[in-house]
Ligand binder design. Sequence first.
Ligand code: C5P
Length: 250
Amino acid sequence: MGKDVIIACDFASAEETIRFLDKFNKIQDEIVSCDHISLSISRPYVKIGMELFYAEGPQIIKTLKARGHKVFLDLKLHDIPNTVKKSMMVLGAYGVDMVNVHAAGGIEMMKAAKEGLMLGAARLADKPKLIAVTQLTSTDEETMHKELLIDKPLAEVVRQYALNAKAAGLDGVVCSAHEAADIHKYCGDDFLTVTPGIRLAGDSAGDQRRVMTPAAAKEVGSDYIVVGRSITGEAKPTGAYTKCCEDFID
Ligand code: C5P
């Protein structure tokens, strides 16, 4: 299965996003040393979150797809099944490569999401992947116990949410890299683990509570790493991205 590094484009506008991604057009010059990396390195896989999508609307997806990027639309839907199904029909027609829901919405909601997404993407040759957020990587066990009143251990909750996502027919989950090995053990190697909370060695964790380096994420079997500030916050983001690819991709 192809591993990839997904850059979290948590920018406020399309203009800022394009300015950032323009830097990657010339990246090939900087990476002569890692020609084993098979992905089109000048057109990284990008994640569009709520901030940018709400600011720019669907046009941002069209723009990025037209520029040759794969797009993970990270809107984390969580509502009643009927609403999620109808919303997913809309998102499926955009031609995104990956989209997600909160597993906390339950199996019925996730099944409805999948149904809606496939209906929306019916005309597309490449079907989008649907994954479920288990627990946010900013949530730790103490928060879960004290604020959310979920008294089971975090690992057990994440595992159950992943099993629910699999039962609903989803392709995988968003989880911490700390849980990737356990999820593959219980849900199978072909069940995708998409892992944010990634930091290059020495970078600040910020608001993330459970972080890991790209090299360690590779060791534990993550399928995709989602990297935001360790790339976007760097003076030389192309260098940080290249380092992530070198450390994570075979
Ligand atoms: O800057 P940083 O690398 O922490 O960004 C992580 C990205 O992954 C953010 O866009 C955040 O919304 C997203 N994310 C996350 N934890 C999840 C799901 C998504 O951090 N469980």
